[in-house]
Ligand binder design. Structure first.
Ligand code: PMT
Length: 399
């Protein structure tokens, strides 16, 4: 079966010798009934002509951000919205550098910056350029922003040198695009539920106890499920983040509300409990604003443990139940205890004593503890990439 049938790919060709391979890429995609629109950067036009691209793609070629004709027919925002997927091949060191700093000084970089689609980069450059620390740093940044990288390969280069930097072969690029669309279709049958953010436990109508969770990690996990085709529900505590679009987005205040919404939205195939749920709630809640006095005694009582309740439930328990563990000390020991006591399949642990990861930071560093007693520790990376890594593992497990 041709899973690429009628898909829309926006191909961005940059100025490198491997641009000739992109013509072959267009030919193969067209054979697979893919709609291909192409943007050529200024230097790409030195390597391939708009005429050859338009002849192969049977579509108009775009290269000028200031073209009245182009902008009236399909402006740069519509161009990025039109695509199901954006592929940059070849992605030169220059373009990689521009993208990593968020530049938008030509049509290609503007479309990419304005895009809400997944973007594959197929880098191609001389081996020394590939190995340069700045290229490595730029790619590291782009991976953390969620760009997906194909290749490059090792081999003889047009410049006469040998090493890593050759653009991935057309077959490899097609294979990765197929896997991408396959995953989306395959995962549509799966339902994912994610909890995120802090809960509020009210003392009186205007005061509450909460914690430092920003919701970033959980939102990224929900986005990653959504982007991989899952039917996704995100149950969020109060955060300052924009709601995640394309998911069933539910906002709650208290742990009790989060619990009720979780139960209402089960069953699911996978649930990830990344919310920082308050362990205690106020027993002596005052329905009127408490007046200032010398001392105030709050009595706290245990909240329901949402994760433990769900993971021990006879028929509501998702096939894959994943908890988080926020630890300041004894991370391994405490995580293993939570894995066992909360009856999880996996526990994703982070050290929240380190302010560069964990609560509110854009980065995280997690260790995953599996029920079968194995574990792995991932490098420090953006929360978006942690989400990608986690969801990739979920996809492998569920399939
Ligand atoms: O939101 P960010 O700023 O991005 O920060 C991310 C994070 C640090 C909040 C996140 O990575 C994280 O660690 N989330 C879990 C926070 C937490 O409450 O951990 P815990 O070790 O106290 O709880 C263990 C597990 O039980 C968690 O999956 C938690 O959601 C769940 N739990 C806890 C208490 C409770 N009453 N109900 C629960 O479901």
């Amino acid at each position: 079966m041709n899973n690429l049938f009628n898909k829309k790919i926006l191909l961005i060709i940059c100025g490198g010798i491997s641009a000739y391979k992109s013509l072959e890429l267009i030919r193969v995609l067209k054979k697979r009934n893919v709609q291909v629109k192409t943007i050529l950067t200024k230097s790409a036009k030195e390597f391939v002509t708009p005429l050859s691209v338009t002849s192969l793609s049977q579509e108009k070629v775009y290269y000028d951000i200031f073209s009245v004709e182009n902008e009236s027919e399909m402006d740069h925002i519509s161009l990025s919205r039109w695509a199901d997927l954006i592929v940059v091949a070849p992605a030169t060191a220059n373009t990689i550098s521009k993208l990593s700093s968020g530049m938008s000084n030509d049509l290609a970089s503007t479309v990419i910056l304005a895009s809400n689609k997944d973007i594959y980069l197929a880098p191609a450059m001389n081996v020394r350029m590939w190995e340069h620390a700045s290229t490595k740093e730029n790619l590291f940044k782009l991976k953390n922003y969620g760009y997906k990288i194909i290749g490059p390969e090792i081999g003889d280069m047009a410049c006469g040198e040998f090493g890593k930097g050759k653009m991935a072969e057309v077959n490899e690029i097609i294979k990765q695009i197929e896997i991408y669309f396959n995953n989306k279709t395959k995962n549509q049958k799966f339902k994912a539920l994610v909890t995120a953010g802090p809960t509020l436990e009210y003392i009186d109508p205007v005061r509450f106890i909460t914690n430092k969770s920003s919701g970033k990690q959980g939102y990224e996990i929900a986005k990653s499920f959504r982007d991989n085709g899952f039917d996704t529900t995100l149950i969020s505590g109060q955060t300052n983040l924009d709601p995640v679009t394309g998911v069933n987005f539910i906002k709650v205040n208290t742990a009790e509300e989060m619990f009720n919404e979780t139960i209402n939205n089960l069953p699911a195939d996978v649930a990830v409990f990344s919310a920082a749920v308050a362990d205690y709630k106020v027993k002596n809640y005052n329905s009127k604003k408490i007046k200032k006095k010398e001392n105030l005694n709050l009595i706290l009582e245990k909240n329901i443990d949402i994760l433990a309740h769900v993971s021990k439930h006879n028929y509501l328990r998702p096939k894959l139940t994943i908890g988080f563990a926020a630890e300041t000390n004894d991370l391994v020991e405490n995580s293993l205890t939570k894995l066992e006591e909360k009856n999880c399949d996996w526990i994703v642990a982070n050290d929240v004593s380190d302010t560069s990861i964990g609560f509110n930071s854009d980065n995280n560093q997690v260790s995953i503890f599996y029920k079968n007693k194995t574990n792995e520790t991932l490098d420090k990376m953006s929360k978006s990439l942690v989400a990608t890594e986690l969801v990739n593992r979920v996809i492998t497990k569920l399939n």
